[in-house]
Design a binder for this molecule. Structure first.
Ligand SMILES: N[C@@H](CCC(=O)N[C@@H](CS)C(=O)NCC(=O)O)C(=O)O
Length: 243
């Protein structure tokens, strides 16, 4: 049995982390039995979430986990796709994970009103007297990471413009197709779904959120993915599940 470690459902999303949701969606697509558990960063092989335990082996990183599942359980999440489609899928996934993700991090963690509505709650278990120190230390570290990644060097308007370009690209490529690559879901849908719900999450106020939710096809896609892979939820990120 595979155990998926994440931070748990939060913000109206299956998990606060889109990378965890990506893996959870892949596992749901695979139909393999799995359970979810709360993570501990000290046990995470890469110091990040998600990580999984499979037959006593811990494995981190959503892409490496995907490859592990594909190899060990002989599943090709991209079956039926051409080499060109696989290339496009990889490029879109990395756009979401390595660029759009950081815009979402900025809006969640660096915009004070959003931070107070969301991430601040991660620190509830920290004893009250030291909490402000821990919170500002973690936020300072994240600001440095954003600076190192590059997006953090930009103004809010510039980050918004770059993030919106990614959202528009996702919506533009999806078009009127039911799933990202056509009539059936592929591996890329786990990633697009996870990062689309992260951007569209109505809890966090930003022009990026408004741009994402302005794409009706993206909202309907989220609803379709939710209906197919999260049938126990009637809605995700404010998008109603519809088959
Ligand atoms: N490349 C990793 C990225 C995972 C990642 O960035 N996870 C974030 C949560 S969304 C995390 O654990 N951050 C903690 C940290 O960087 O210390 C993957 O695909 O799994």
């Amino acid at each position: 049995m595979i155990t998926l470690y994440g931070s748990g459902p939060n913000f109206g999303l299956p998990d606060a982390s889109p990378f965890v949701t990506k893996v959870e969606t892949l596992l749901r697509m695979s139909k393999l039995p799995f359970e979810k558990a709360l993570m501990s960063f000290s046990k995470a092989p890469k110091g990040k979430i998600p990580y999984i335990e499979d037959d006593g082996r811990l494995l981190g990183d959503s892409t490496l986990i995907r490859w592990h599942i594909e190899k060990k359980y002989e599943i090709d999440f991209d079956r039926g796709l051409t080499a060109e489609q696989r290339a496009v899928a990889w490029a879109f996934e990395k756009m979401a994970e390595d660029n759009l993700y950081w815009a979402s991090v900025y809006f969640r963690w660096m915009v004070e009103a959003n931070f107070r509505k969301g991430p601040v709650n991660f620190f509830r278990s920290v004893p009250a007297p030291v909490r402000p120190v821990v919170v500002s230390m973690i936020r300072r570290r994240l600001r440095k990471t954003l600076h190192g990644q590059g997006l953090g060097r930009h103004s809010r308007d510039e980050i918004t413009a770059i993030g919106i370009r990614s959202i528009d690209a996702m919506a533009g490529y999806l078009g009127e197709k039911p799933f990202f690559m056509g009539n059936e879901p592929a591996g890329i849908d786990a990633t697009m779904f996870a990062f689309a719900i992260s951007a569209i999450c109505p809890l966090f106020d930003s022009d990026l959120q408004r741009a994402a939710s302005g794409h009706a096809n993206l909202r309907h896609y989220i609803g379709r993915m939710a209906a197919r892979f999260y049938p126990e939820l009637s809605e995700i990120a404010g998008c109603t599940a519809v088959a």
